[in-house]
Design a protein around this ligand. Structure first.
Ligand code: NAD
Length: 428
């Protein structure tokens, strides 16, 4: 996402650009350029061998004018306060563009989760909550899993919080396992959400989805359900998917003469998104270099793996049939790629709109926890479709009205909503 640039400086720079377009009062900008509250704390943990290790923890609450802060907790060895600040800021805009009544937050611990044992992880999770419990909660700040954290960890954290406040409070963390307060439809949510926005973009561009072809980067949670949705909801065809092979430490593109069957690939992919090469070959799949996905003849490109792969170099290899780039991943396209899209009239669905299905369903999870009443998968997905569709059209309308590109329009919609909430509350 940030490369050599400090991620928080980048988040502020993006904000400054849109603040200018919106003619925002510089004093209001000064409020929004910075997180409202930041926590930095040390977490002592007794390790299995009896020694004591002290970990660095963070939580940043960027802006809660529209509702409780929302955002993941990352366990990462290179975590920094500035990364957490940037991610918290982006969460404010993502929740606002999705029009869910939540603000932006993010947390983290500097740790490589694969370097500690399961009991040590549990003590670390409980230690994070021990520091933060007074400043989080269903009405204050609702964390969730993120890089390096899992539904099981959310279960431990929710348990620790419930013990400390003296009552069962499932709505304090989302991304919990099903049966432990989690929501139906969360697994499909981000990928299907991507496809709801692609469907609306195709209507706008008057493209026939049943004659359309997509190429996807990645075959993890987002890409799997985006691929399934593209075939089953839109009736389109998949030219290829790619994945990073954990065993070979290299990436491959998988295609098939009859089109990729994502339901079949789902049966031969592991939990980290690595496709079983032998089983794929036996089923007639062709394997090529991992970079090839971007060159395939298709109408829709869905980068849904990692950041920065659609950049100044790779973007030139795109087939000239491509009409839509739907950003399933966070930050997959660089500013140089954006310039190329603008110059070539390619419709871009920016990440914080395109992949907002995940956070929207997390919001549904906390609503269900609050009511202690749970919806079916179909109800969750219908509500998600309604939310994603209206978010898409709010951004498209802004883009057409202000004659700006979709990414700028999404920022404009989001920042405008947060400013209005601050005004309504008398903060500014
Ligand atoms: P995941 O770990 O389930 O899958 C990632 C996939 O990308 C795997 O198939 C992996 O093999 C592949 N990959 C990694 N490096 C690659 C490379 N160099 N070339 C080709 N493929 C590569 O992750 P995910 O949950 O699907 O998330 C993907 C992206 O979407 C991330 O940017 C994430 O932040 C973003 N995102 C995810 C969600 C969610 O709900 N899962 C929500 C919003 C945004």
């Amino acid at each position: 996402m940030a490369g050599q640039i400090n991620a928080f400086e980048m988040a502020q720079k993006q904000f400054d650009g849109v603040a200018k377009l919106l003619n925002l009062d510089p004093q209001i900008s000064e409020v929004l350029r910075w997180p409202m509250r930041e926590y930095s704390f040390r977490i002592p943990v007794r390790m299995d061998d009896g020694s004591l290790r002290v970990f660095q923890g963070y939580r940043v609450q960027h802006n809660d004018a529209r509702g409780p802060n929302k955002g993941g907790i990352r366990f990462h060895p290179n975590e920094t306060f500035d990364t957490v600040r940037a991610l918290a800021t982006w969460m404010t805009w993502k929740c606002a563009v999705a029009d869910i009544p939540l603000g932006g937050g993010k947390g983290g611990i500097i740790v490589d989760p694969s370097s500690i044992t399961t009991p040590e992880k549990e003590r670390l999770c409980r230690g994070w909550v021990g520091n933060m419990w007074k400043n989080i909660g269903p009405r204050q700040d609702v964390p969730a899993p993120d890089v390096g954290t899992t539904p099981q960890m959310m279960g431990w954290m929710m348990d620790e919080y419930s013990k400390l406040v003296g009552q069962y409070t499932p709505g304090v963390f989302t991304g919990k396992p099903l049966g432990g307060g989690g929501s139906e439809g969360r697994t499909e949510a981000t990928g299907y959400g991507v496809i709801y926005t692609v469907r609306e973009a195709m209507k706008h561009l008057k493209l026939d989805p049943t004659k359309s072809v997509a190429a996807l980067e990645g075959f993890g949670n987002v890409s799997q359900y985006a691929a399934i949705g593209f075939v089953e909801m839109l009736g389109g065809k998949i030219a290829c998917v790619s994945c990073w092979d954990r065993n070979d430490k290299t990436s491959y593109t998988y295609s098939h003469k009859d089109g990729v069957n994502p339901r079949f690939l789902l049966t031969i992919v592991d939990q980290y998104g690595t496709i079983d090469q032998k089983k794929a070959k036996d089923a007639g799949y062709v394997m090529e270099d991992g970079e090839k996905w971007i060159e395939k003849e298709c109408d829709v490109l869905i980068p849904a793996a990692i950041e920065g792969h659609v950049n100044g170099d790779t973007v030139k290899k795109m087939h000239n049939r491509v009409k839509i780039v739907a950003e399933g991943a966070n930050g997959p396209c660089t500013p140089e790629a954006d310039d190329f899209f603008k110059a070539n009239n390619i419709f871009n669905i920016p990440d914080f709109l395109c992949n907002a299905g995940g956070v929207t369903t997390s919001y549904f999870e906390s609503v269900q926890n609050d009511m202690n009443f749970y919806w079916t998968k179909q109800e969750v997905l219908e509500k998600l479709d309604t939310k994603m569709t209206s978010a898409f059209h709010a951004v498209l309308d802004m883009s057409l009205k202000e004659k700006v590109y979709m990414r700028e329009a999404a920022y404009m919609v989001a920042i405008d909503r947060v400013v209005k909430a601050m005004q309504l509350r008398g903060w500014i």
